[in-house]
Design a protein around this ligand. Structure first.
Ligand code: NAP
Length: 286
């Protein structure tokens, strides 16, 4: 089964749009997402444009603030603090990566954890690891929603996650663990990787290497969630970390790239914005 993140995202965004109409009546205004883009990196420009498009589709107010690459760390901190204090702003996202002279961790920690729609703030990360709720990072959340949509039973399964980054590998591993999978996390120093991946009933791949996982590395019936977004060096086209054509013959469920985990990441950003908005509105109305 090839599971389309594009279709699920469209379905979920349709439901969110209907909810946003109700919330707007109830609270007097729609959710407001502010995205800050520093510099002109084409990939970042395209991501920010996609986020603005999705925001409008679900009925949010969207503001994109563009700043030159020369902005200082102090100026960016001041801008984020201003947005933290603005009662008309519910979600703040600073598009990464930032120029080298700006500390990403400092900026992430400056965003109010209550408006941290990316789920990267240390308090949201701690909340995930301590099972205390909080905003969950968009890509890992999208992977779990796709597994649920495909009807994959997670409990009791042997899951292997390749990649241990803070934004994908680690949080997706924790979410799988919380759903009672038995999780192995593999990385660049893992020995005999293929032996480990062949033991997987659920395989999540987030490495950043085109078509790295080949058919001989997976077992019959495996569920494959391919998070990677790369350019195929041979064709220049977008491709995942998994050799889709080879692996789809063996997999029971597999996500394509593009159209798999990517659209779900953006969809979960919309979900997180609504979550932050509702929390803030309910807190204010207490
Ligand atoms: P990252 O921070 O570069 O982490 C890559 C991980 O892969 C690291 O943990 C690294 O191990 C591991 N790795 C690298 N080479 C390996 C190898 N040969 N064997 C086993 N493990 C290896 O990347 P990321 O931010 O997690 O992103 C991963 C991919 O997902 C990228 O293609 C990115 O574009 C994509 N992505 C997609 C979305 C989406 O919306 N779909 C969102 C975020 C990221 P070490 O820890 O040992 O270095």
């Amino acid at each position: 089964m090839i599971i389309s993140g594009k279709e699920l995202a469209a379905e979920l965004k349709g439901k969110m749009a209907a909810d946003v109409v109700k919330y707007t009546e109830q609270y007097g205004r729609p959710p407001h997402l502010v995205v800050i883009l520093v510099g002109e990196d084409p990939a970042s420009v395209s991501y920010v444009t996609g986020k603005a498009k999705d925001s409008l589709e679900v009925g949010f107010r969207n503001t994109t603030i563009r700043k030159p690459e020369t902005i200082s760390e102090e100026e960016l901190v001041a801008l984020v603090e201003e947005l933290n204090d603005d009662p008309e702003v519910d979600g703040i996202l600073v598009q990464l990566p930032l120029p080298k002279h700006i500390s990403e961790s400092k900026i992430i920690a400056t965003i109010s954890h209550e408006k941290d729609v990316d789920g990267f703030h240390p308090m949201n990360v701690a909340a995930l690891w301590q099972k205390q709720g909080g905003v969950v990072a968009c890509t890992p959340k999208g992977v779990i929603e796709l597994l649920d949509k495909a009807g994959v039973e997670i409990e009791g399964k042997r899951a292997v996650v390749i990649g241990r980054s803070n934004i994908v590998g680690l949080p997706v591993s924790k979410l799988l663990l919380d759903r009672n999978a038995t999780v192995t996390i593999a990385h660049s120093r893992t020995k005999n990787l293929a032996e480990i991946t062949r033991s997987a009933e659920i395989l999540v791949v987030a490495i950043g290497k085109p078509k790295f996982v080949t058919a001989d590395m997976v077992s019959e019936g495996v569920v494959i969630m391919d998070v990677g977004v790369n350019r195929d060096p041979a064709t220049g086209k977008l491709c995942g970390d998994v050799d889709f054509e080879g692996c789809k013959e063996k997999a029971s469920v597999i996500t394509p790239v593009p159209g798999g985990c990517g659209p779900m990441t953006r969809c979960c950003l919309m979900e997180n914005t609504i979550e932050c908005y509702l929390n803030l509105m309910n807190k204010r109305n207490k």
